[in-house]
Each structure stands twice: as C-alpha cells, then as structure tokens.
Design a binder for this molecule. Structure first.
Ligand code: DC
Length: 226
C-alpha cells in the first residue's frame, strides 16, 4: 500500500492528540506530535535560563538542543539532549510559555525541518498533528483535517487531563486556553489556521470514537480514490 500523509490541525482541547494517535494505530501509520516538539524546545530554554520573552535570545540558541521524537502511536516519546522530556513538557510553566517560543520564526524554521524529515522517513505514512501542518509544514498532505470544538467543550476536556496541583478550575482553564489560541492564531509566522483544502470536523457533540471513525473513513476514501 502506498504511503499516506495525514495532517490534523486545530486548537487545544479538540481531541487532536487522542484522535491522531488512534487513527495512526488503526491504520498502521507513524505518528508525530508537533506540539510536543515546541514544548520540548520551550522546556530546554527555561531550564537553561533563556529569557523566553526575548525573541532575539530565543533565536540565538534555538539550534542547540537535540530534540528527538518517537513515532510509535502506542508509545509517543520525546527527548531533549537524550533526556526523557515527556513529563516536564506538560507542566503549567511550559504550557504558559510555549506560545512565545513557538512564535519565533527561527524556532519554527528549525522545528519545521525536523518535522519534514520525520514525515519523509515514515515508510508507510504518518499522522502529523499540530497547528500549521496542512498550511505550512506539509501542504501536500494527502488528507487534511481541521478539528474544532466550542470553548466550553475544550476547557472541560483540558481540565479532565490536568491532575493534582496542576488542575485548575474550569473558568481559569478556559481563559488560559483562549489566551493561548489567540496568541497561536495571531502570530505572524505560520499561525494556527485551517488550510483551504482541509475538512473541518466540529467535535463538540461527538465522542472520541466518532471522531476517530470519521477521520479513518476520510483516509480510506482518499486511498481508495488513488
Ligand atoms: O498541541 P500542544 O498544546 O501541545 O501545543 C503546544 C503549543 O505549541 C501551542 O500552543 C502552539 C505550539 N504549536 C505550534 O505553534 N505549531 C504546531 N504545529 C504545534 C504546536
């Protein structure tokens, strides 16, 4: 079977990660979480004392960290300079700073190159999730999906994922999400956006299983038409 590239974009809390992983596992494809890469470079900046609110300082060092992503949808992995980063990239501190770091054009150029190399190396194909995959990273993707959901549904899903002292009340989670999406959508360098040829799926009233089935059907339709 020919390889297939699936781009899944959208704001946070739309079920992007769960959907992307499940679709990749079901279809035997590789999987790449591009948000994890932006989180990893942000974590490296914070642990190395870089002022992440200074784009010049971020740009000057963004080539330094070695970021490696695993592509098994059943065991997503990310490391920075050989150290497992899966836990530290999910802290509230990283989450609150990742929009600033990912808005720096030099950071995007570097991470985009990594993403294209990983996609090109995936023999059977890959599901790549992010914000600018269909528009900028892989504009020639075979299938492009843009997931959306109401702010209330997204905040409820995010709150459910946060545990222990990281857990916030629904209202502040909703505010933080809206702030991050606004920053990601309004930045100059490849903002969060739906590609003209992407299929938009509103997940507000759908179960995760329904979203997965919808995306799998779109990929199979595309394969059958080739
Ligand atoms: O999907 P996530 O919440 O883990 O992504 C974290 C941040 O990374 C998000 O706020 C914006 C940035 N990001 C990006 O700029 N481009 C991507 N392709 C993926 C994520």
């Amino acid at each position: 079977m020919e390889s297939v590239i699936v781009a899944i974009d959208g704001p946070s809390g739309t079920g992007k990660s769960s959907t992307s992983r499940a679709v990749a596992a079901e279809l035997g494809l590789s999987y790449l979480d591009t948000g994890a890469q932006y989180r990893a470079i942000t974590w490296w900046m914070l642990t190395n004392g870089i002022d992440v609110d200074d784009p010049g300082a971020v740009a000057a060092v963004c080539g330094k960290p070695v970021i490696e992503s695993g592509t098994d949808p059943l065991a997503p992995a990310i490391s920075v300079d050989g150290a497992d980063a899966a836990g530290p990239i999910r802290t509230r501190e990283v989450t609150s700073k990742v929009s600033a770091v990912s808005a720096v054009p030099e950071v995007r150029t570097r991470i985009t190159e990594l993403q294209r190399a990983i996609a090109a190396a995936a023999e059977k194909g890959i599901v790549v999730e992010g914000r600018d995959i269909g528009t900028t990273v892989l504009p020639g993707a075979d299938v492009k999906i843009f997931l959306t959901a109401s702010p209330e549904a997204r905040a409820a899903r995010r709150s459910g994922e946060l545990k222990g002292k990281e857990a916030a009340d629904l209202a502040s989670t909703r505010e933080a999400l809206i702030r991050r999406d606004a920053a990601d959508s309004s930045r100059k360098a490849s903002p969060l956006a739906k590609a003209d040829d992407a299929v938009e799926v509103d997940t507000t009233d759908l179960t995760l299983q329904q979203v997965i089935e919808c995306v799998v059907a779109l990929v199979e339709e595309k394969r059958a038409a080739r």
